[in-house]
Design a protein around this ligand. Structure first.
Ligand code: ASP
Length: 315
């Protein structure tokens, strides 16, 4: 094997640094929140392993839980709001800092793809409510009924008490956040959710908010979040995680510091809620951290073939 000193003799120093750093990066790689992230990663990996773009991979991955009626926290079959309306939130961000989002969109199975159209075909970053739905229909997305008989039944049961207190790790939330680096080393991310079950009509959490539920900086890394969105918005969570990585913190540590900030701001409340962050840096290192035990995420790379890992937790 060629010694570093011998390499240095033939390469300029900066070039040598890039080469030795590049050798360590396990790319492509994709990470997704929760156990349904395994299926999302599977679809994303098909794109990444064919040398596809991270942006296409995260969109493809996010569409899997969106279309699955058994997943009651994302897309089709997602729990409705208290008025029985399925309103969805999503965003997407690419390696150039381009981003798009939709919030409180109705009747559209793939909000992540609408978010991408907002990014690519409009001068805007976010469309909401009727405007988002109208844009999706005009862009050719079919109008669909997203309320499945099962979700409707569960909502009617909920109406009997109408108790509304977001609790931890149960099926009233769980967003898919998906972040990836492609074989060219470019990063992208996406996030899509039906938000809190039986939320107030019009409620929007962190998931479609760039900087809160998702952030990508192609020089540094990418982060996404899940859990009680209001708490993530308060600290602009994913932007914070990426900035912490910029300051030199490894991904897990960056996620931990963000979680600790939530605890510091709301020590009492933080005991009863869940928030989880998932991050990937430009070197292909990744990590997660959450408030309560129970948050997991799926990783797929050449060396790790789609494994579900448990996040460390504050409590
Ligand atoms: N973050 C989502 C929201 O607040 C829900 C979740 O991920 O559990 O809408």
């Amino acid at each position: 094997m060629l010694k570093l000193s011998a390499l240095a003799a033939v390469l300029p120093l900066s070039n040598l640094f890039e080469k030795t750093q590049a050798a360590k990066v396990d790319k492509p790689i994709v990470l997704s929140t929760w156990d349904f992230g395994v299926q999302a990663n599977e679809a994303a990996w098909k794109v990444l392993s064919a040398n596809g773009r991270a942006l296409d991979a995260v969109e493809t991955g996010a569409r899997v839980p969106e279309a699955d009626p058994k997943i009651t926290t994302v897309g089709f079959g997602g729990a409705p709001d208290r008025d029985g309306r399925v309103t969805l939130d999503a965003c997407i961000m690419d390696e150039h800092g381009n981003c798009g989002a939709v919030a409180s969109i109705e009747h559209i199975m793939h909000p992540v793809s609408v978010a991408r159209k907002v990014m690519e075909n409009t001068p805007h970053v976010m469309l909401v409510g009727d405007g988002a739905t109208q844009f999706a229909l005009e862009s050719g997305f079919p109008r669909e009924n997203l309320l499945t008989p099962e979700s409707e039944k569960a909502w009617k049961k909920w109406l009997e008490t109408s108790r509304y207190k977001p609790v931890i790790n149960v099926e009233n939330h769980d967003t898919i956040g998906i972040i990836a680096m492609d074989s060219s080393g470019n990063l992208s991310g996406a996030c899509t959710t039906s938000g809190l079950a039986y939320k107030m009509h019009g409620r929007v959490g962190d998931s479609p908010i760039i900087g809160a539920g998702l952030y990508v900086d192609n020089e540094i890394g990418a982060a996404t979040s899940t859990g009680l969105g209001e708490e993530v918005v308060r600290i602009v969570g994913c932007h914070l995680v990426v900035e912490l990585m910029r300051q030199g913190n490894p991904p897990e540590q960056a996620c931990r510091i963000a979680v600790e900030r939530i605890v510091k701001k709301q020590p009492q409340k933080s005991k009863d809620i869940q928030v989880g962050f998932l991050a990937l840096n430009k070197r292909g290192e990744y990590g997660a951290y959450c408030l309560q035990k129970g948050f997991n995420y799926a990783v797929y790379s050449n060396s790790i073939k789609n494994r579900l890992l448990d996040s460390k937790s504050y409590y």
